[in-house]
Structure formats: structure tokens, C-alpha cells
Design a protein around this ligand. Structure first.
Ligand SMILES: NC(=O)N[C@@H](O)C(=O)O
Ligand code: NI
Length: 176
């Protein structure tokens, strides 16, 4: 993985499955509730926060904007619980994850999430902390509170560069 260059790919359930869940309406089980006045898009992600007496937290993260190209110099993971992010401003954002290679980050992958897509990292999945794009953005976050060490951070021997350019704040990023 030394000094590799990443071009983000579109975020899809299939491509992200080994890292966790994609939170989106597309493909969701839909239930008509509240006397037909509300459509429930049901059970979109597996929240896992109970390990070692953990409890769920609901927070809002206001992420500063990152400009491309982005240097990925570290990864982190939460061994005791999942962590979900959902964008609240309708702007696209960047998700960078990595496989595990003997307890350290292995092969990295970058995804461009639309402003209508969130992710839920499964426990122990290597990921870069929040990467908002274009401008400061708010995200609803569901993760684990409680005791124990739930944050492991690793600095990469060689940074990974995420390339691309923005074609406008509302369109997202077009990587060629
Ligand atoms: N540290 C923290 O709460 N945030 C990170 O886990 C992150 O993934 O952004
Ligand atoms: Ni995290």
C-alpha cells in the first residue's frame, strides 16, 4: 500500500458490504405507517454498541471541509462498536476505509457518498475520520458510549493520496 493513489468509486451496498452498511432509501424495505401518512424505510444498518456494557450515542458532527487531493496519513477503528454517519446538508462526502492486514490497515478504498447516503462502519473496520467536502457539513452520528478502549489509531508508513477534482458543490465530484 506504500504511497498509493486512490480515486474514489461510487458508494454502493455491494462494494461497501465488507466494511459495513450503506444507509440509503434505495433498496430499503418500505413500510407504510401512521395511517398511511408516513413511509418507513426500515432497518437500514446493524447498530452494534452493547459489547462490554456499551450504550448507544446519538450525536451531530460538524465536519470541516477537506479539499482534494486529500492526504490520508492515518486510519482508526472502533473495536467495541459500530459507527454510523448520515449527512444532514445534502452534500456529497468522502468515505475512506481499509481492510485489516494483521492488525494494521491493509488495502485502502475510497468511496464518494452522495448527500443522501450514510455509512455504518462495522466494529473494528479501519476508516479515516470524517471527511466532509465543499464546505463545513453536519452529520448525524450513531456510535457507542461506555467503558473500554474503543479507539485505535494507526499512522501509515506511507500516506495515501485521494485524487480527483470538484465540479461543483451540488454535483459532487467527477473523477476522470
Ligand atoms: N473520534 C470520533 O468520534 N470520530 C471518529 O471516530 C470518526 O470516525 O470521525
Ligand atoms: Ni470513527
Amino acid at each position: 500500500m506504500a504511497g498509493s493513489v486512490l480515486r474514489p468509486q461510487p458508494l454502493t451496498k455491494a462494494a461497501f458490504a465488507r466494511f459495513g452498511d450503506v444507509i440509503e432509501i434505495d433498496g430499503a424495505e418500505e413500510r407504510l405507517i401512521n395511517q398511511g401518512t408516513t413511509r418507513r424505510f426500515h432497518d437500514l444498518a446493524a447498530v452494534a454498541v452493547a459489547k462490554d456494557g456499551g450504550h448507544p450515542l446519538i450525536s451531530i458532527f460538524r465536519g470541516s471541509a477537506f479539499a482534494l487531493p486529500i492526504t490520508i496519513a492515518m486510519f482508526e477503528r472502533h473495536p467495541l462498536g459500530s459507527q454510523a454517519f448520515f449527512p444532514l446538508n445534502g452534500r456529497s462526502w468522502l468515505v475512506v476505509v481499509a481492510t485489516d492486514d494483521g492488525g494494521r490497515p491493509g488495502e485502502p478504498t475510497a468511496f464518494l457518498a452522495t448527500g443522501c447516503q450514510g455509512v455504518n462502519y462495522a466494529p473494528g473496520v479501519w476508516h479515516h475520520p470524517l471527511l466532509a467536502l465543499h464546505e463545513s457539513s453536519d452529520f448525524l452520528v450513531v456510535d457507542r458510549g461506555g467503558g473500554g478502549i474503543n479507539l485505535e489509531e494507526v499512522t501509515l508508513d506511507q500516506p495515501v493520496i485521494v485524487e480527483g477534482y470538484s465540479i461543483g458543490p451540488k454535483i459532487g465530484i467527477d473523477f476522470r
